[in-house]
Design a protein around this ligand. Structure first.
Ligand code: NI
Ligand code: MN
Length: 228
């Protein structure tokens, strides 16, 4: 069995045969974080874009553990320049890692960081399709609703879809329900809500709407896991 553990915001641990990974490890400064960055032991760090609530503690974790950061090219290059191992990829590209395929999907969003008041642009944001134990997990990253999700739903056999529901910066709750209807995963899990006042949303409302479509849905509290 593979396992996903919610760490709050868009951070998830993903574990399975040959894979100990983490998505968007925003732990320091995250009031919902279920883990301290120094407790994270992983081999791979999936980073969807350069915003501080996603890049988070990725550099510190990568440098301490030797983990490889998997990210779009510009963001991966930024991480390499700061001493981390990184595997650059880009939108639509896939690569077979020892644990399985990783493919980058589009995300309608930004990907800049601000250092000393200067904006450093880090290319395109992404989502991830990650195969583990032959099953596909889709982490949408930060994105608005977009039509190509229906293509992912047709071509990918998605086991678990991790979808932002908080609005303001990303799709809101009902857009995320529509995204789930296009993706048809076995299980949809909400993320990117409650951390800040502008992204308040009720994850149970998301669950009810998704289940009404005949699709599985589960709300994970920070620290909770689901096996698949
Ligand atoms: Ni963002
Ligand atoms: Mn975000």
């Amino acid at each position: 069995m593979a396992k996903l553990t919610y760490l709050g915001h868009s951070a998830f641990l993903i574990e399975g045969e040959g894979l100990k990974g983490i998505f968007d490890p925003f732990l320091s400064g995250n009031p919902q974080a279920a883990m301290k960055p120094e407790e994270v032991e992983v081999d791979y760090i999936f980073v969807t874009h350069g915003h501080a609530d996603h890049l988070g503690d990725a550099l510190d974790i990568a440098k301490r553990t030797g983990a490889t950061i998997i990210a779009p090219y510009e963001l991966a290059s930024y991480c390499q320049a700061r001493g981390a191992n990184a595997h650059p990829m880009h939108i639509g590209g896939s690569y077979k890692f020892p644990f399985g395929r990783v493919k980058l999907t589009p995300a309608h969003h930004g990907s800049a960081i601000v250092e000393d008041g200067n904006i450093i642009y880090l290319g395109m944001p992404c989502g991830f399709l990650v195969d583990v134990e032959g099953k596909t997990v889709y982490h949408a990253g930060d994105t608005g609703l977009f039509a190509e999700l229906s293509m992912l739903g047709e071509r990918e056999n998605i086991e678990v879809a991790l979808l932002p529901i908080g609005g303001n910066f990303t799709m809101d709750l009902m857009d995320a329900v529509y995204a789930a209807s296009l993706l048809r995963p076995r299980l949809a899990i909400p993320m990117h809500y409650k951390t800040f006042p502008v992204i308040e949303a009720d994850p149970e409302e998301f669950r009810r709407h998704v289940e009404a479509l005949g699709i599985g849905a589960k709300v994970l509290n920070p620290g909770e896991s689901v096996e698949f």
